[in-house]
Design a protein around this ligand. Structure first.
Ligand code: NAD
Ligand code: MG
Length: 299
């Protein structure tokens, strides 16, 4: 993991680890501590510039990976944060809580399963209460489980992937919108899989296409209230999602090598776009999908 900050000019090809990586199977949902090499979530590399002072954000999947990087960046930019994650991820989440509090910001941990509509509603209510309002909803949580053959893809998995990736986003947006003031933003997490689906992700890839369409439709619906909705579409990122079943394990050693940059992205490299889309700097941007893909263009 590099300890250099993200702001000194350098060659992006050599900024972070490149394949080959060791195989490293984990049980889902996984932990950042089993990533070899360790991932960079911005713990020492992200520097804040006061771009989100006083903002109130709810971030799902905030314990690890891209959500952790967004949470660290938001805290360094001055936001208070409610973090959601699964109960078994408490240890990863508490590290993020400590990092946010080290910035002098509020960090409220609300573990729970987003596949449950009642929990999604209560998560938003708890966030509004704890933060005294809400002005950024960041949907990062996601489930990805590779299956090589449609015959092995169960209805239970198909359902759980759609519940986690699509229904939870719908439920959280629906519950949050009545609380969001003009100027508020929603940021969803799609994927390059929305456009270039892998043969092993028959359930996951269509959830990501759904997120793209949902984002564009909701953006048109709520812009009249001054609320913007955008999505980030990452390429391959070095997070627990992948070695804990997101990829067939034999693909982990070469993970990211298919990109023009020849390496996976580190979560810290995704955080700045989540910051931009949350702030007033992106005031004329809505209904947009931003690729962070190491050079594989989105359509
Ligand atoms: P990650 O494993 O670090 O984060 C995913 C998080 O989702 C978990 O930490 C967990 O807290 C949460 N989650 C899963 N099921 C949940 C449930 N039922 N209830 C509540 N929370 C649940 O991995 P990541 O790669 O940082 O994933 C973040 C997002 O990025 C996901 O939406 C993923 O689809 C997307 N994405 C990742 C990649 C990649 O290569 N890593 C590429 C494109 C898109
Ligand atoms: Mg996690």
């Amino acid at each position: 993991m590099t300890t250099e900050n993200q702001y000194s000019m350098q060659n992006p090809l050599t900024q972070y680890p490149t394949p080959e990586f060791p195989k490293q199977p984990q049980t889902a949902p996984g932990t950042v501590h089993k990533m070899q090499p360790a991932a960079d979530h911005g713990e020492t590399s992200y520097k804040g510039f006061g771009r989100m002072v006083g903002r109130k954000a709810l971030i799902t999947g905030a314990d690890s990976g891209i959500g952790r990087a967004a949470a660290i960046a938001y805290a360094r930019e001055g936001a208070d944060i409610v973090l959601n994650y699964l109960p078994e991820e408490e240890a990863d989440a508490q590290e993020v809580v400590a990092l946010i509090e080290a910035e002098g910001r509020k960090a409220i941990a609300v573990p729970g399963d987003l596949k449950d509509e009642a929990f999604c509603n209560s998560l938003v209510e708890q966030a509004v209460k704890a933060l005294g309002g809400l002005d950024v909803l960041v949907n990062v949580a996601g489930k990805q489980t590779a299956q090589k053959d449609i015959a092995e893809l169960t209805t239970e998995q198909f359902d759980a992937t759609f519940k986690t990736n699509v229904y939870a986003m719908f439920w959280l947006c629906k519950a949050a919108l009545p609380h969001l003031p003009a100027g508020a933003t929603i940021i969803n997490t799609a994927s390059i899989q929305a456009y270039q689906p892998s043969e092993t992700l028959l359930d996951y890839a269509p959830t990501k296409s759904s997120i793209v369409a949902f984002t564009k439709a909701l953006a048109k619906q709520v812009i009249g209230k001054g609320i913007r909705v955008n999505a980030v579409a990452p390429g391959p990122f070095w997070t627990p999602l992948q070695p804990s079943g997101g990829q067939p394990q034999e693909k982990i050693p070469e993970f990211g090598s298919e990109t023009p940059m020849g390496r996976p992205g580190q979560p810290a490299e995704c955080a700045p776009i989540y910051v931009l889309l949350a702030t007033q700097e992106s005031s004329y941007i809505t209904g947009e999908v931003f690729g962070v893909t190491g050079g594989n263009p989105l359509p």
